[in-house]
Ligand binder design. Structure first.
Ligand code: SF4
Length: 626
């Protein structure tokens, strides 16, 4: 066994808050050997990122502090080092790819300058050599025009490009330990693939140890040797990756795995976990998963489970696996939910055409010079044909910048297209003026990726939903509006009294439900879902996908599902259109596209998706009393 680069022993990282001590990380232990990858998975708010910040010694002070444990890097405990020594470790021995790259790039220096400086510092190269190495690194992380990009400032780059610059800097340091916190979440699948290969190269050539934090479980399956499943500040399960995916032992792990969408789960509801992770100031005294666990026993909430080794290297923290606990009277089941994924059948009888898009083009003028003369056009959407059938889902897939979002907005006339026809309920939308469009607008709705930015923070949920109803259903009186708001909130799984709250009082998943309720309130027939589940945790994503499917079943709604997540497409879509450079390059049923893609671009896209072995899924069963 290679020597560990990093050993975390009983790490406790707490925060002082007005509501008491928040135990974000509460006794976590693991180690990563040279050249190894350890993945930390779990829902948001489970303590994964705080674990990473503790290792890199960036716990936000004064509220946050390491309350106990050891962090041993290359044999040396680093918790009690001086600030200068800690700075030397950061970026030199340990580097981190953060989720939000803007905060870690210096806005006043060019991205090339920042990368070259890191290379000079860590690899002892001259200025000219460092510049060449930086450009090479930019190329490796898939940045377009790396030589020109060298002189750009961070604010002039897109989020995905900044992320890749950050990755280039982190890798250029050649650290002993690389912490990658959701490194590829915002990136297209082919770029993600490229980055993962780069990290692998670094591991193999330099023996770098990698701590991978991600909610992409297929990525974990393919890239990590060991996995820690973190729940509410503790490790629920710790195992070699293949063993964990073959035989998950903790109820939380099973539920998490079963919430991943995919082709094998088509027609079934995805598994979900009831409730949310409790606040770190009020974890139960015993098992932190009690309250949400489908196998909870009488003593679970009061007695803390130990992390028990059930097979070689496979540890689980659940009383169901502890023979001593199971002998006691308080092992009586408090809850025993059925272990089935309920079917979710969608009637396939009403399949007439709802919407037809013919040769749709949306061009943006490029203006130059003092007089802002039009010198050319960006052909965002360049002659696409699509048909959306009633009660079905058409997925529009492709990488960032391929024109998917512009196409979606053009179809529902949020952007007026340059030419083409959009036939919806016998009307060509492109030929109708704004006044004529008004009665049709309520029938076509859109939900966005980031529900927070699409909700006005100053409006209550009631006002938000009512605003849409007033604009699009002017004939509805106050009582009818209130009744409608109550109905849609209940339909999306929220309670009516939540209408008096503001967006910041909700979680990400709840805010997406509000976005769906707002759209549903005006009785749409067609809904564009623009990356509607991309920003959500896998367990919350499962709830929203189930919700969208059940709404489709109950109301016969049609969806245009814009996404770059092909696992979601495989699960939810009836048909798929693959878009590249403003054009549709392939169109077919989901089965056709996934089983026998014909276009090279589709093949490239599909081969880049990290996948789980389909045979594994049937093994994901909740543990039973032994
Ligand atoms: Fe926790 Fe009990 Fe559920 Fe095991 S069975 S995860 S100990 S609540």
């Amino acid at each position: 066994m290679p020597e560990p680069v990093i050993e975390i022993k009983d790490l406790k990282t707490y925060f002082k808050t007005p509501k008491g001590v928040s135990k974000a990380v509460d006794g976590v232990s693991f180690s990563i050997p040279k050249g190894g990858t350890f993945a930390l998975v779990g829902e948001s708010g489970c303590g994964k990122s705080v674990t990473a910040l503790s290792i890199i010694q960036l716990v936000p002070e004064p509220a946050g502090y390491i309350a106990g444990g050891e962090i041993i890097l290359n044999g040396k405990d680093i918790i009690h080092l001086s600030e200068r020594e800690k700075r030397e470790i950061r970026g030199n021995k340990v580097s981190m790819i953060f989720q939000e790259p803007m905060t870690s790039l210096n806005p006043v220096f060019t991205v090339g300058g920042q990368t070259a400086e890191t290379i000079m510092l860590h690899q002892g190269k001259t200025k000219a050599e460092a510049k060449a190495a930086a450009i090479e690194m930019f190329e490796k992380v898939g940045l377009p025009g790396p030589a020109e990009l060298f002189y750009e400032y961070p604010h002039r780059l897109s989020g995905g490009m900044r992320q890749r610059v950050m990755i280039a800097i982190a890798l250029a340091c050649r650290p002993d330990l690389l912490i990658a916190d959701e490194p590829t979440t915002a990136l297209d699948v082919t770029i993600q693939d490229q980055i993962i290969k780069l990290i692998k190269e670094l591991k193999e050539s330099m023996g770098t140890a990698v701590l991978l934090i991600t909610h992409n479980l297929a990525l974990v399956y393919q890239n990590a040797e060991t996995v820690g499943v973190m729940y509410a500040g503790k490790l629920a399960e710790l195992a070699p990756a293949k063993a964990l995916f073959r035989n998950p032992m903790h109820p939380y792990t099973v539920k998490l795995l079963r919430s991943i969408p995919g082709q094998e789960k088509r027609g079934k509801a995805l598994d979900t976990i009831t409730g949310t992770v409790p606040p770190a100031t009020s974890y139960p005294v015993g098992c932190h998963f009690s309250g949400r666990c489908p196998r909870e026993m009488e003593g679970c909430a009061a007695i803390e489970p130990l992390l028990i080794e059930r097979a070689k290297g496979h540890f689980v923290s659940c009383h169901l696996h502890d023979p001593d606990f199971m002998d006691k009277p308080y092992s009586r089941p408090l809850r025993h939910e059925p272990d089935v994924m309920p079917p979710l059948s969608i009637p396939h009888d009403k399949r007439e055409t709802l919407l037809e898009v013919k040769n749709l083009k949306t061009y943006y003028p490029i203006r130059k010079g003092l007089l802002k003369r039009v010198t050319g056009h960006v052909k965002a959407v360049d002659g696409i044909d699509l048909t959306v059938k009633k009660g079905s889902t058409l997925a529009l897939v492709g990488e960032s910048g391929c024109g998917k979002t512009t196409a979606g907005k053009s179809i529902i006339q949020l952007i007026r297209p340059t030419s083409g026809e959009i036939i919806f309920k016998g009307n060509d939308l492109t030929r109708i003026d704004e006044k004529g469009l008004k009665p049709l607008r309520s029938l076509m709705q859109i939900i966005f990726q980031d529900p927070y930015s699409s909700l006005n923070p100053r409006l209550t949920v009631k006002d938000t939903i009512e605003e849409g109803i007033r604009a699009l259903k002017p004939g509805m009186d106050k009582t009818a509006r209130l009744k409608k708001i109550t109905e849609v909130l209940e339909r999306v799984g929220l309670t009516p009294e939540m209408m008096w709250r503001y967006p910041h009082e909700f979680s990400g998943g709840q805010r997406q439900r509000i976005g769906i309720a707002r759209a549903l309130a005006v009785d749409p027939e067609f809904m564009v879902c623009d990356e509607a589940v991309s920003a959500l945790d896998v367990s919350v994503q499962a709830q929203i996908l189930n919700l969208l499917k059940s709404i489709q079943r109950d109301f016969g709604l049609s969806f245009l599902f814009i996404t770059h997540d092909l696992a979601v497409v495989e699960y939810i879509a009836d048909e798929v259109a693959v878009m590249y450079g403003g054009k549709i390059v392939e169109l077919g049923t989901t089965e056709e596209i996934f089983s026998s893609p014909r276009h090279d671009y589709t093949k490239k896209l599909l081969s880049a998706i990290p996948r789980l072995d389909p045979g594994l899924i049937s093994a994901w069963r909740l543990p039973d009393r032994s």
